[in-house]
Design a protein around this ligand. Sequence first.
Ligand code: SF4
Length: 307
Amino acid sequence: MRIILPKPRGFCAGVDYAIGIVEQALKTFSEPVYILKEIVHNRTIVEDLNQRGAPSVMSIEEVPAGSVIIFSAHGVPPEFHEQARQAGLKVIDATCPLVRKVHLEAIRYASKGYTILYIGHEGHDEALGVIAESPGSIILINDIAEAEKLDLVSSEKLVYLTQTTLSLTETAKIVDVLKARFPHLEEPPSEDICYATTNRQMAVLEMTKMVDLVLVIGSKNSSNSQRLRECAQDLGKPAYLIDNKEEIDLAWLEGVESLGLTAGASAPERLVRQVIAHLKELSPGATVEEIEFVAEKMYFPLPKLAV
Ligand code: SF4
């Protein structure tokens, strides 16, 4: 079997940033540091940090007064900052700078009287945070069907923004529908779908043309990982999302001569290495080839934490 690993894959700069902040907090504070929900959407990372003294909590109320709370890479509604302060908590914000950019765009357009069409997934943490910036000005568009039936009362000033981890092709189709229906629709000042989502999707599309089967390492609630699986499936190849090597079904590998293995932006490289070792056990003599489809150098410097 020939195993192809695309570059880039796995951690993006925003995930490195968020995990780096938790690591720093664990070194800086002697007490446990609490993470609101999941620092990034990956089960392995969340369980590992939990064991090391950074448990996840589902609400601000669960955190004892005087403790540190970390807001995740996905961002939070603005009122969470005030709620945490009122609860006597020290807040550390690990929101990815590229998610924060979309928050700032929402605030700016809302303050100028725009109606904002936000293309995103209902209930996703990132969408919840952005929409909460100005709920009265933002309309969530989940898919093409919603774009087609959108009924706007007043739409003189109209702009669209998007979640950072969407499918490039699906989003382009939704934008086309919206532009056809509302020709004065304005675009965001810069692309909201982030560089990491874009690069990983472009790499997986190229890799998929070369293989019989695609495996994507990532958790089920990881939006960008799900989109990678869909990219491969859209090209007519079987593709599966797995959290780890235990989730590989041997039936998937029958007759497979070449396999593409990638990882979502929140999946650690050690899981890739574990899957490769497992595949080599299953298919002795398997070769591994890494191919760089897109060069990537993005990095966000960590903030200094004050005690
Ligand atoms: Fe930031 Fe993009 Fe990574 Fe999300 S996927 S954390 S927006 S760099």
